[in-house]
Design a protein around this ligand. Structure first.
Ligand code: COA
Length: 326
């Protein structure tokens, strides 16, 4: 059985936080952020908005595009590092919000690669005949685990969600391959020290020592990201006997403009084939690729038959790729 994305959706908070507004909060400048990252603004969830809020909204839009009813979904896979709660899974809450009563639902933790890891699991379930329709979601509210006093990290991240309906198909087009990888040797270069079993919550640890918040070795992460995303992209192309010149649209994880440019250069991909929207949203972790895919899809930047290459990197480290003939 082949596998196809039949619908995409995304949902973002209404509130925009610009670089100019960040200049009022921390010692930074629009010029520094723009030059070092390419980010101009990001979306920030309001009180009363949760990861499940945006995940369900993105899921609804993807289902509508695919013309699939919630009860026809067999599985909901939700990549996130900012779930509503440690448990139950946010996927179960989304199942409830959507009325996807026949779906098995669970979260998966692969940081910014969460959507690609979800897509890979969906692919295997559908190819094996164990499921027909799977809703894959990447959703985050990173603004709630960002240290707003740390200028090294708080400028980078934003909130939002993206989703895709993945279905069994008899067409030969569709999802050609997925490749997912992990490098646990580097887990401590990008992580959230508090809130888990290693540093259980106390006022001192969680708040005073700021263990609740994202910690990152930016320079090291940058170098690993470029190498790993190149490796994942080449794995996708090689396994389909394709070259980078066959790719119509490259949709990389939206972390840093310089990372994206470095990978595109290594793959010899011209700028017009590289999808970039991080100036609007910053790094939305697992949501970044499905938001970008949805924007590219709805704006007509992907035509039937186009070869689309998705490429991710995130904490863990995790990285991966998916190659599609649209
Ligand atoms: N505004 C102004 N100055 C800042 C700043 C900010 N927001 N953040 C850091 N600086 C300063 C640093 O303090 C440092 O000053 P110093 O030289 O006086 O010590 C200087 O800018 C350079 O810092 P550096 O860390 O070397 O900058 P960089 O060019 O590596 O850019 C990142 C920093 C974080 C933008 C970059 O490393 C990066 O994007 N890394 C990857 C992060 C990422 O994508 N993570 C998620 C992966 S999924």
């Amino acid at each position: 059985m082949n596998v196809r994305i039949t619908g995409t959706g995304s949902a973002l908070p209404g509130k925009i936080l610009t670089n100019a507004e960040l200049e009022q909060l921390i010692d930074t400048s629009d010029d520094w952020i723009t030059t070092r990252t390419g980010i101009k603004e990001r979306r920030i969830a309001a009180d009363g908005e949760y990861t499940s809020t945006f995940a369900a909204a993105a899921g609804r839009k993807a289902l509508a595009m695919a013309e699939v009813k919630p009860e026809e979904i067999d599985m909901i896979l939700l990549g996130t590092v900012t779930p509503d709660f440690p448990f139950p899974s946010t996927a179960c809450i989304v199942q409830d919000l959507l009325g996807a009563t026949n779906a098995t639902a669970f979260d998966l933790s692969a940081a910014c690669s969460g959507f690609i890891f979800g897509l890979s699991i969906a692919e295997k379930y559908i190819r094996s005949g164990s499921a027909r329709r799977i809703l894959v979601i990447g959703a985050e509210i990173l603004s709630r685990i960002v240290d707003w006093t740390d200028r090294n990290t708080c400028i980078l991240f934003g909130d939002g969600a993206g989703a895709a309906v993945v279905e069994a198909t008899c067409d030969s087009d569709g999802l050609l391959s997925t490749h997912i990888f992990s490098n646990g040797n580097c887990w401590n270069l990008l992580f959230q020290p508090g809130s888990g079993s290693r540093n259980p919550a106390t006022a001192q640890r969680t708040i005073d020592e700021r263990l609740l918040y994202i910690r990152m070795e930016g320079n090291e992460v940058f170098k690993h990201a470029v190498r790993a995303m190149e490796e994942a992209a080449i794995a996708a192309l090689d396994s389909n006997s394709m070259k980078a010149s066959d790719v119509s649209l490259f949709i990389p994880h939206q972390a840093n403009r310089r990372i994206i440019d470095a990978i595109a250069k290594r793959l010899c991909l011209p700028a017009e084939k590289v999808f970039v929207n991080l100036h609007n949203y910053g790094n939305t972790s697992s949501a970044s690729i499905p938001i970008a895919l949805d924007e590219a899809n709805r704006s007509g930047q992907i035509a039937k038959g186009n070869i689309v290459l998705l490429d991710s990197f995130g904490g863990g480290f995790t990285y991966g790729s998916a190659l599609l003939r649209w």
